[in-house]
Design a protein around this ligand. Structure first.
Ligand SMILES: O=C(O)CCC(=O)C(=O)O
Length: 253
């Protein structure tokens, strides 16, 4: 898709984003651009069981299952492969994020999640803000970039439309989940699960409630998530968050 076609479509997408808390953009990347992204991400998942760390885990490999066999995840894949910052996908998505934020978009965070073939692992209901420290607000826009077609059968995202207008929910762990995973108690009546082709993207607000189901197909389902904000990595230290940290640190008077 050309830059001018993207900006034309952007008005509609911004309206959808503000109304629903998420938007879908179709045909953003060429096959070549998606292949370039795959060539950077795929090697990071090799020998996965030898790479485990605080940022690298398999949230589905419970009860003795082999790490890497269910839902391997890598936080800040860009630390392992800085070439991701130079990719066409990153550059285009940063441009779209600037349009959504009405401000130059700076990188805040990224993670890559692979649902292996026939994994029953769910990405449980959450708001992305649930993974932030309490009282930390991030005014980011969070992109989800699948590297192949996605449908409910292989674990596309499920969104609760309009949930970004609601409250920040309590997030907690659960004895049936990997220790990294946090979830919110929700019983949504209305869920939207967009089917996308490789080259399409979704983006959502940090308070939008979402999840993703198992992968019931023979192919793995890889997606790269990238978050952008006006303050970049300093988003965590913006004045509102610093004030909260200071308040929390002060003794009760
Ligand atoms: O890829 C997934 O399964 C979930 C991704 C997600 O929840 C996110 O990027 O916010």
């Amino acid at each position: 898709m050309s830059a001018s076609a993207i900006s034309e479509e952007m008005c509609t997408n911004k309206d959808a984003y503000h109304r629903d808390g998420f938007a879908v953009m179709r045909g953003v990347f060429s096959v070549r651009e998606i292949n370039e992204l795959g060539a950077l991400l795929d090697p990071l998942f090799c020998n996965f069981e030898h790479k485990l760390s605080r940022k690298i885990r398999d949230v589905g490999a419970l009860e003795g299952m082999q790490p890497g066999s269910q839902q391997p995840e890598i936080d800040r894949a860009t630390l392992l492969e800085p070439g991701l910052f130079e990719s066409a996908v990153f550059r285009k998505v940063q441009g779209i994020a600037s349009d959504v934020l009405n401000h130059k978009a700076r990188y805040v965070f990224d993670h890559a999640i692979c649902k292996m073939p026939h994994t029953e692992t769910n990405t449980v209901w959450h708001q992305d803000r649930g993974y932030m420290k309490a009282n930390t607000t991030l005014d980011t826009v969070n992109f989800w970039i699948p590297l192949q077609d996605v449908t409910p059968e292989n674990g596309t995202l499920n969104y609760v439309p309009g949930s970004h207008e609601g409250e920040f929910l309590d997030h907690h762990g659960d004895s049936t989940l990997h220790p990294h995973v946090l979830t919110a108690e929700v019983e949504p009546e209305n869920v939207c699960s967009p089917s996308l082709e490789a080259g399409d993207i979704c983006f959502h607000h940090p308070l939008t409630i979402h999840s993703a189901g198992p992968n019931r197909t023979d192919r793995s389902r890889l997606a790269w998530s990238v978050h952008f904000g006006s303050y970049g990595r300093l988003e965590y230290l913006k004045p509102a968050n610093l004030l909260n940290m200071i308040r929390k640190g002060l003794p009760q008077l």
